[in-house]
Design a protein around this ligand. Structure first.
Ligand code: 5GP
Length: 347
C-alpha cells in the first residue's frame, strides 16, 4: 500500500473540527451558488485566498479570526447551514474518518435564531447518518467574545437539546479569540452543561497565559484543544506542565493550524513531540480544514513524516484517539475497527 493510501484508509477519528472553518472551496462554491439561486444577498466577495490561511500568512492572530466571517455569511440560513453540514460530513467520510465530533457556535442571524441553528445542525447530522458510514456527534461551542448571559443561554440550550437528542449532542466547548474574555467568566455556563452530563473541551494555552492555563487544568475538562503554551519550552511554566502530566488530560493537536497561524514556528518544533514523549494522550485533528487547506489524513501524514513515526505507531495513535471520544456508546465499535485495520495490515 502506498503512503497516501495508507493515511486515507487508516480509520481516523476527528475530535476537533469547527464547522465554519471546515468549509472547503467546493462547499463554499456550492453555498455561493445556493445564495445566487435563492436570491439571497451574498456579501462575501469570498475570495479563497482571503479565507485560507497558508504557511507564511502575515495576518496576526486576531486578524485570523476575521476569516470566519466569510464562512458565517454563507451559513446564515437554515438551508445553507444544512448544505454546509451535509457536504462537510461527506468530505470527512471521503477522507477516511470513521467518527467525527463536529463543533459549531450557535448564532443569531437575520434568518435564524440560536435555537434554529442547533436544531438545523442536529437534523442535518441525523439525516446524513442515514447514508454515511461515518458516525457524527455534535459539540456546541461558546465563543470567548460572548457575554456571560449569552454563554449561559447557549449552555441552557445545549442541555435542553442534549436531553432531546443524546444520540447527537455530546459536549460543549470554549473557543474563539484567546485574547478575548476570561475563562473564569464561562465557568458557571460550562459547569451547568457538565452537571447535566455533557462532556467539556476547552481551547487552552493558544497564547501564553499560564494563569488561565492553570485555571483550566483545575477545572479538569475531559479534553483540551491545542495546548500550545503549556510546556515551559513553549511559554508554559513548570507548574502548568507538571499539572498536565499529572492529570493526563487528552489534548487535541492541530499541527497545520498552529504553524499557519504562527503559534508554532514550524512543524519540527511543534509541541506534539513533547506531549507524545511524555505520554500525554494526544489526538491529531484538523481544526479548520477549509481555512488551512488540509485534511485529517494529511495531518496524520505530516505528523508521521515530521516525527519519523512507524506505521505501527501511527495506527496506535489513531487507535488511542478512540479512547477519548465523547460518545461512550460507540467507543468499542471504533476500537474494533482500528484493531481490525491493525490486524489486517500486521501492524
Ligand atoms: P463555527 O463555530 O462558526 O462553526 O466555527 C468557526 C469558529 O470556531 C470561529 O469563529 C472561532 O470562534 C472558532 N475557532 C475556529 N478555529 C479556532 C482556533 O484555532 N482557535 C480558537 N480559539 N477558536 C477557533
Amino acid at each position: 500500500m502506498d503512503s497516501d493510501t495508507f493515511f486515507l484508509e487508516l480509520p481516523k477519528v476527528e475530535l476537533h473540527a469547527h464547522l465554519n472553518g471546515s468549509l472547503s472551496q467546493a462547499t463554499m462554491l456550492q453555498l455561493k451558488r445556493f445564495h445566487a439561486d435563492s436570491g439571497l444577498e451574498d456579501k462575501t466577495n469570498a475570495f479563497f485566498d482571503e479565507f485560507q490561511i497558508g504557511a507564511g500568512d502575515t495576518r496576526n492572530l486576531t486578524d485570523c479570526f476575521q476569516v470566519f466571517n466569510i464562512a458565517h455569511s454563507l451559513t446564515s440560513t437554515p438551508e445553507a447551514l444544512t448544505i454546509a453540514t451535509r457536504l462537510t460530513l461527506q468530505e470527512f467520510q471521503d477522507d477516511g474518518c470513521c467518527y467525527l465530533e463536529l463543533r459549531s457556535t450557535p448564532k443569531e442571524t437575520p434568518h435564524m435564531t440560536k435555537v434554529q441553528y442547533i436544531e438545523t445542525l442536529v437534523k442535518a447530522i441525523q439525516k446524513s447518518s442515514l447514508h454515511l458510514t461515518m458516525i457524527t456527534r455534535l459539540i456546541v461551542s461558546i465563543n470567548r467574545k460572548s457575554s456571560i448571559t449569552e454563554a449561559e443561554e447557549i449552555a441552557k440550550l445545549t442541555v435542553e437539546y442534549y436531553k432531546k437528542h443524546p444520540d447527537v449532542i455530546v459536549g460543549i466547548e470554549l473557543s474563539g479569540d484567546p485574547m478575548a474574555g476570561t475563562f473564569q467568566s464561562f465557568v458557571p455556563a460550562l459547569t451547568q452543561a457538565r452537571n447535566a452530563g455533557l462532556k467539556v473541551t476547552l481551547h487552552c494555552g493558544e497564547v501564553c497565559n499560564p494563569v488561565e492555563v492553570m485555571e483550566m487544568l483545575k477545572f479538569k475538562p475531559d479534553r483540551l484543544g491545542h495546548g500550545t503554551c503549556i510546556h515551559p519550552k513553549y511559554g508554559g511554566t513548570e507548574e502548568t506542565w507538571e499539572t498536565l502530566c499529572k492529570l493526563k488530560i487528552p489534548v487535541e493537536v492541530c499541527l497545520t493550524s498552529n504553524v499557519n497561524t504562527k503559534s508554532t514556528p514550524d512543524y519540527e518544533s511543534h509541541h506534539f513531540k513533547v506531549f507524545y514523549d511524555a505520554e500525554i494522550p494526544t489526538i491529531i485533528c484538523t481544526d479548520d480544514k477549509g481555512v488551512f487547506s488540509t485534511s485529517l489524513s494529511q495531518e496524520y501524514q505530516i505528523c508521521v513524516k515530521t516525527f519519523s513515526l512507524t506505521s505501527s505507531q501511527t495506527a496506535r495513535l489513531a487507535l488511542n484517539a478512540c479512547q477519548y471520544v465523547f460518545a461512550d456508546n460507540v467507543r468499542k465499535t471504533l476500537n474494533d475497527k482500528l484493531l481490525n485495520f491493525i490486524g489486517k495490515h500486521s501492524l
